[in-house]
Design a protein around this ligand. Structure first.
Ligand SMILES: Nc1nc2c(ncn2[C@@H]2O[C@H](COP(=O)(O)OP(=O)(O)OP(=O)(O)O)[C@@H](O)[C@H]2O)c(=O)[nH]1
Length: 297
């Protein structure tokens, strides 16, 4: 069985950053495959990860369990055949629940070694009541409080207490008996830019019991509206800022890859919860685009 980890967490919490900064470091020299379940029909995370890992597959849009199970299956057999990986990481989209992904993985012959939920410590108290965020936390046995560089010790303690509270209330239970599925409380870690110690990936027991749980199909992403804007011509940096200023009036998350006149490389645009981050991507030759996610609520 191919061992796998699921990486979940709310929009912009730092899942891709975690894959870049921790997984690469701790699995150096190992054959690591990554499947990214993207939000839009064009992916950003996959493009970034492709520059770092050789075995990255993107699955666009939606939820792996429903419309995409067949695509997931195809991607997985392709990955296994081509790369014969030793370990697989699946990054779910920030708007998806991890549980169906775990079921899909098991049904496709992978053992789920752990489910890591990346928590945005800076913004958690703002999004903690979102139903998807609750499921993401409750379905995880590794909780990583990320972005600790942006909060005080007191705030972090408050977030930690609240995250554990949400976990207790939403932890996975056997549908018939009501018994908790996780045999022990989640492991909780603190991280800046997704950097965690190697022990995070060690000694996590495989989640065998999940197959016994019926799957409800009660998850719904329709409250979030996604749009994609293609930018045909090369614009200057100021124009990009103008476009972003406009988009972020409504969007809770904006990400994309944009070519601008003054930069030798295309720029990765990453906006979440009022914070804008711009960096360069040196291995991309596709079109310029921005994906926006509006909460719609
Ligand atoms: N200050 C700070 N910024 C961070 C940290 N972790 C991630 N970021 C930034 O937060 C933004 C979102 O990070 P991503 O890793 O793209 O988040 P994600 O969870 O993959 O996003 P989605 O796939 O869209 O849900 C990026 O601009 C990151 O550089 C952190 O610990 N501290």
């Amino acid at each position: 069985m191919l061992p796998s980890f699921v990486v979940t967490g709310f929009l912009g919490s730092g899942k891709t950053t975690f894959l870049i900064n921790s997984v690469r470091r701790h699995f150096e020299g190992r054959r690591v495959a990554i499947v990214v379940n993207e939000l839009g029909e064009v992916g950003v995370d996959g493009k970034i990860l492709q520059g770092i890992y050789s075995d990255v597959m993107e699955i666009a849009e939606g939820c792996i369990c429903c419309s995409l199970h067949a695509e997931f299956q195809k991607a997985l057999s392709e990955i296994k055949e081509k790369f014969n990986p030793e370990i697989l990481f699946v990054e779910t989209s920030g708007a998806a629940e991890p549980f169906p992904v775990m079921l899909s993985l098991q049904s496709l012959g992978c053992s789920v070694e752990g489910v890591a939920c990346i928590v945005d410590s800076k913004n958690f108290l703002e999004y903690k009541d979102d139903p998807v965020a609750k499921h993401q936390i409750g379905s995880s046995n590794i909780l990583i409080l990320n972005k600790i560089d942006l909060v005080s010790q007191d705030q972090l303690k408050q977030v930690e207490d609240e995250v554990l509270n949400v976990w207790r209330q939403n932890q996975l239970r056997n549908y018939f008996t009501g018994e908790p599925l996780f045999r022990s409380p989640p492991r909780i870690y603190r991280a800046s830019h997704g950097v965690v110690p190697k022990e995070v990936f060690e000694g996590v027991y495989p989640l065998e019991e999940l197959t016994a749980i019926p799957h409800h199909h009660d998850h719904d992403h329709s409250h979030q509206r996604k749009d994609i804007v293609y930018i045909e011509e090369e614009i200057d940096y100021e124009k990009l800022m103008e476009i972003l200023e406009d988009l972020t009036k409504k969007a809770i998350r904006v990400k994309g890859i944009v070519r601008v006149k003054d930069s030798p490389y295309p720029l990765i645009v990453n906006y979440s919860f009022g914070l804008l981050d711009i960096s360069e991507l040196n291995h991309y030759s596709g079109p310029s685009f921005l994906i926006t996610i509006n909460s719609g609520t």
